[in-house]
Design a protein around this ligand. Structure first.
Ligand SMILES: Cc1ncc(COP(=O)(O)O)c(C=O)c1O
Length: 328
């Protein structure tokens, strides 16, 4: 989906809440030339019954962001909890009553030429209405001829702006070739991840995903899915290297990420995955994840943070809701 924002959208920039058209950077900004920014992606899901917008694991996302900023020595003084509150305030000020995507971006902000960095850092947080990122169907993924970045070149775990040229090249190629998403191999020739997502394979009822040392992003959705699969479905999970050819002989394949959610892959490189239909494990993981991030699973309310003030039961009845997760 294309997320082109309304210029009057309220964003957090320079320590203030301002309209998007006022949030501008200069042409000589270091990050614009050298990719020296670190971004995050956080989802908010609208729950109609509760009239509530749930931010998904915002504190964990901001903790990861602050750690990743450290890779580039970008300082963000605010705590993960304060950043989460800024995000909730953006949702309130924009009056969102829909699913959203939140894009925090911290960057080297000095306006001069030269790769040398100094202590000038800045950050912004933008929240936008946002629907599905990938088509809501079984996907056709293609293994890219572009290799995943090596940790000793640009760390893939860092969500570093410049590193995403790697994802853009792979994703663009894949789409030109008619695929829905690109799968990248690392320099060892083993499967790393998708251009914007982590990957899971099902073989003989077990889940397998590359470990966090295979040049992948340490996905928060990956972590959520692993907990759901283990605890709710009793599925065994192994983190290990995956050969390319295992993608061709596995029973099920799915992608996970903040933007993509849990998306089934039913064809890889023009070969059918399993029986070519969305498999049972994928279907269940997808259902559980969808319910959890909408605040509908009491055991996983720990993952969602309400952005709006809680409504009274009478207010909920008036809009036809009133069924809370706890009440179910
Ligand atoms: C390259 C890459 N891998 C994996 C992911 C999934 O990470 P998460 O689940 O934390 O969104 C993303 C999404 O941001 C990504 O860009």
């Amino acid at each position: 989906m294309k997320a082109e924002a309304d210029q009057n959208l309220i964003v957090y920039f320079g320590g203030k809440y301002v309209p998007l058209h006022e949030a501008r950077v200069g042409i000589l900004t270091h990050a614009l030339h050298y990719g020296t920014g670190v971004f995050e992606g956080i989802r908010g899901y609208w729950n109609e019954g509760e009239q509530q917008l749930f931010l998904v694991r915002p504190v964990e996302h901001y903790e990861r962001w602050k750690q990743n900023c450290g890779i580039l020595r970008i300082g963000v003084a605010e705590s993960a909890e304060q950043l989460s509150e800024i995000t909730a305030e953006l949702a309130r000020r924009n009056g969102f009553r829909t699913d959203i995507y939140v894009r925090p971006l911290a960057y080297k902000s000095a306006e001069r030429v030269g790769v040398r960095t100094d202590d000038k850092d800045a950050f912004a947080v933008v929240a936008l209405p946002f629907g599905a990122y990938l088509p809501d169907k079984g996907l056709h993924a293609g293994v890219s001829s572009w290799r995943r970045l090596e940790d000793n070149a640009i760390p893939a775990r860092g969500k570093i702006c410049g590193a995403y040229v790697n994802s853009v090249l792979a994703s663009d190629d894949a789409r030109q070739a008619g695929f829905d998403e690109a799968l990248l191999l690392n320099e060892n020739g083993q499967v790393a991840e998708g251009a914007t997502c982590n990957i899971f394979m099902v073989r003989k009822g077990k889940l397998i995903t590359p470990s966090v040392t295979e040049n992948v992003l340490e996905g928060i959705t990956r972590d959520s899915v692993m907990e759901l699969a283990r605890r709710e479905l009793g599925v065994e999970i192994t983190e290990r290297a995956i050969d390319r050819s295992e993608l061709y002989v596995c029973d099920e394949l799915f992608l996970t990420g903040t933007a993509v959610g849990v998306s089934a892959v039913v064809r890889v490189d023009h070969r059918q995955v399993g029986d070519g239909e969305i498999g049972a494990v994928t279907r269940e993981v997808r259902r559980l994840y969808f319910e959890a991030v909408h605040g509908k699973l009491p055991a996983y309310r720990k993952w969602v943070v309400p952005a709006l003030a809680a409504r009274t039961e009478a207010e909920l009845q008036a809009v036809g809701g009133g069924e809370t997760a706890q009440g179910r």
